[in-house]
Design a protein around this ligand. Structure first.
Ligand code: NDP
Length: 279
């Protein structure tokens, strides 16, 4: 019988994770079947005990359970503990062990697509202070020790995330207008907000005209492949990166935790673009 894997969260019907993991299982001749398990907020405790009983070997966790699941696991990896969220769980010997591969997934995409930026220890601006922002900002602060400033609509969340990053690097909390005025201080600017998705698809989260030439603009959103933020950055001549490499690398890192195999990522990105993201 095939080993069971899956994704828990709600809503999850749009997820590309089954396409990605089932493609890799086939590609590497590994016995596995990855399915969507819709789990509403109030059903998490029951769902986790069912997963244990059903001996699901590994699963991903998404909205709204990434933080709530921590207290239901037998062990949580140190980086996930610092981030305060888990997106990947391994079941071994009846124990559930939680990890967070989102931030490392972003970093690996950056390393592959723009290695020269990493080598220069860039100053970074993270726009947003939600769950994805925590993973990305804390991973970059811990891995690179570079300045990581945070700006967010809700100031208290920017202050809290900046304080957490401050344990590993220099970090300030900013308002949007402050960030726009001092955009020339950053070599990398990352939009982690959901502005760029409908109904905010036509708005760039901040104005970019103060950025120095060569500043890299990244967005965690991958559908649309170019948000208004990235379109504006490209119009001004800047290099850009969308969230697809993060999606694929966070999945590849999860796949490695479950199977011991780190799968090929560029072919997967092209496969997802061709099959699901052409429009
Ligand atoms: P959260 O709900 O945790 O955070 C949302 C963030 O967006 C907050 O900072 C919020 O600000 C901000 N925001 C939302 N609406 C507005 C608005 N109208 N004006 C200003 N700020 C706004 O979501 P996540 O962090 O989980 O996800 C954020 C984005 O990252 C999503 O687009 C998601 O698709 C993407 N993502 C991509 C991944 C990938 O693999 N590529 C992985 C995970 C996420 P406030 O705090 O003020 O509410």
């Amino acid at each position: 019988m095939e080993d069971k894997y899956g994704l828990i969260g709600a809503p999850i019907a749009h997820s590309l994770s089954p396409a990605m993991h089932n493609f890799w299982f086939e590609e590497y001749g590994i016995s596995g079947d990855y399915r969507l398990y819709p789990v509403e907020k109030c059903d998490l405790v029951q769902a986790v005990s069912r997963i244990k009983e059903a001996r699901v070997k590994g699963f991903n966790v998404t909205f709204p359970h990434k933080t709530a699941i921590l207290s239901l696991l037998d062990e949580v990896d140190e980086a996930a503990e610092v981030i305060g969220a888990v997106n990947t769980v391994v079941q071994t010997g009846g124990r559930l062990i939680g990890y967070n591969t989102d931030g490392i997934g972003f970093l690996k995409g950056l390393q592959r697509n723009f290695p020269s930026f990493i080598n220069k220890r860039p100053s970074i601006l993270v726009i947003g202070a939600g769950g994805a922002a925590r993973s990305v900002a804390l991973t970059l602060a811990r891995a690179m020790g570079a300045r990581v400033d945070i700006c967010n609509r809700t100031c208290s969340k920017a202050v809290a995330l900046s304080a957490a990053c401050g344990a590993y690097s220099d970090s300030d909390a900013l308002k949007f207008d402050q960030a726009e005025r001092q955009l020339d201080r950053y070599q990398v600017v990352i939009n982690t907000t959901s502005i760029g998705l409908n109904p905010d698809a036509d708005h760039s989260v901040i104005h970019l005209n103060r950025a120095l030439p060569g500043t890299l603009f990244a967005d965690l959103i991958y559908s649309p492949r170019r948000t208004a933020f990235l379109r504006e950055a490209e119009r001004l001549g800047h290099p850009v990166m969308n969230g697809l490499s993060m999606l694929v690398y966070q999945g590849a890192l999860a796949f490695q935790k479950w199977t011991g195999v780190f799968p090929e990522t560029v072919k997967m990105e092209n496969h997802l673009i061709k099959m699901y993201l052409m429009s």
